[in-house]
Design a protein around this ligand. Structure first.
Ligand SMILES: *Cc1c(COP(=O)(O)O)cnc(C)c1O
Ligand code: SF4
Length: 374
């Protein structure tokens, strides 16, 4: 069913020459035909000499894989293209040697393999180590796509046993890698096992596939997911150019299955560190019923320094949105730390003056609010 919102026409993504529409829209075809080396990449773009060099040098250190769908969104001529910069290695990665492989001490907060617990009541459960493509800025760069982290069914069982034995856990976030890289039947098995644990009230999926391989979101997948409600999904759009017709359709199917959709983006230099771009991204997201949830401060991480933006700049962007767009189109700007997420926000409180508290409104006006003494 096409989405018909007046004045809103997300770009169609037609199959390229020589590929049938059916293959193009198939999850299996997309996974099998992923870009993995310079030769594959040259089918989509003209790599700059720097990019070509970086693909050769860095591919082994930080895995290089792109889905044909996402590759087709890249500007073939412009290395500064915000889609291209998210997935094509840059020589700057080699220069960014500062930073830690595991900045959040996740290994320290892991009671059982691939469970990360920083809060009493909820966990991140890394169910696999596979993504459809590998983002150059990824926090989990050290583990995604690496052998040895791969979690076999037996290991999933051990984590499920730990959750079953830990009654405080009421909210389980399935992440990875990407849980939607699993087949429907494997995911169904996992969700069924989680649903057998009475204290697990909520299951959420963190997945970038609606953005990087939207054809994964089939009607069959949605019928399976809705049998395990309440299911929440957080996806990961970073730029308005990612909101294409297939991505909109993937989100529509999930929303139609009664799944509340959120978005977690990462604030990145030259990609979305601009008020107009961030506002446009968030406004288009709410149009497709995806609620901007978090925007992350990019972490100090080996090979990703060139994406980082000063926190002051981030504060400026999100305060500039306040009052100028729907409240629910503004994500919470957060810093992830080993102690959990910390909201980054400029305070509107100016202080107390006798019986009053002074606050600053979005338009800069000061308001004096009578406030009872403590
Ligand atoms: C983000 C995160 C959660 C979920 O946090 P919310 O603020 O509830 O979305 C849970 N566990 C870990 C380890 C996380 O990083
Ligand atoms: S999809 Fe998510 S987990 Fe996978 S590489 Fe990209 S940011 Fe990392």
């Amino acid at each position: 069913m096409p989405v018909s919102t007046p004045g809103f026409s997300p770009a169609p993504v037609p199959a390229p020459d020589g590929v049938t529409q059916e293959d193009w829209e198939s999850f299996a075809w997309q996974m099998q035909n992923r870009v993995r080396n310079l030769e594959d990449l040259e089918r989509w773009i003209e790599p700059s000499p720097e990019e070509a060099q970086a693909v050769g040098d860095l591919a082994r250190r930080f895995r290089f894989v792109i889905t044909p769908y996402y590759a087709s969104l890249m500007d073939p001529k412009d290395p500064a293209c915000p889609i291209r910069r998210q997935v094509v290695p840059s020589p700057q990665e080699a220069e960014d040697s500062a930073g830690l492989a595991d900045p959040l001490d996740e290994l320290l907060h892991s009671p059982v393999k691939n469970v990360i617990r920083v809060y009493p009541d909820r966990i991140a459960f890394c169910v696999n180590n596979e993504c459809a493509l590998y983002c150059r800025f990824c926090l989990r760069k050290r583990m995604v796509g690496e052998e040895g982290w791969s979690m076999q069914k037996r290991e999933l069982e051990l984590a499920l046993d730990w959750i079953a034995e830990t009654p405080e856990i009421r909210d389980v976030l399935l992440t990875g890698g990407d849980p939607l890289v699993f087949s429907d039947s494997r995911l169904d098995w996992l969700l069924t096992r989680l649903r057998e644990i009475p204290h697990v009230e909520l299951i959420r999926l963190g997945t970038r596939l609606p953005v990087t391989l939207p054809y994964r979101v089939t009607e069959e997948l949605c019928r399976m997911l809705e049998r395990h409600h309440p299911i929440w999904v957080n996806t990961h759009f970073n730029h308005p150019a990612e909101i294409t017709a297939p991505a909109v359709e993937a989100c529509r199917r999930l929303a139609q299955a009664g799944i509340p959709l959120g978005n977690q983006s990462v604030l990145m230099r030259g990609i979305n560190d601009d008020v107009e771009i961030m506002k446009s991204l968030c406004e288009q997201l709410v149009r497709i019923r995806v609620r901007p949830y978090y925007c992350y401060q990019a972490q100090l991480l080996e090979g990703t320094g060139h994406f980082r933006v000063p926190i002051e700049r981030g504060l400026e962007i999100f305060s500039a949105m306040r009052g100028r767009t729907s409240g629910f189109a503004i994500p919470r700007y957060v810093l992830d730390t080993p102690h959990g997420k910390v909201p980054l926000e400029r305070s509107s409180l100016q202080g107390r003056d006798g019986e009053d508290v002074l606050v600053e409104a979005w338009n800069g006006e000061t308001w004096r609010e009578p406030n009872p003494p403590d």
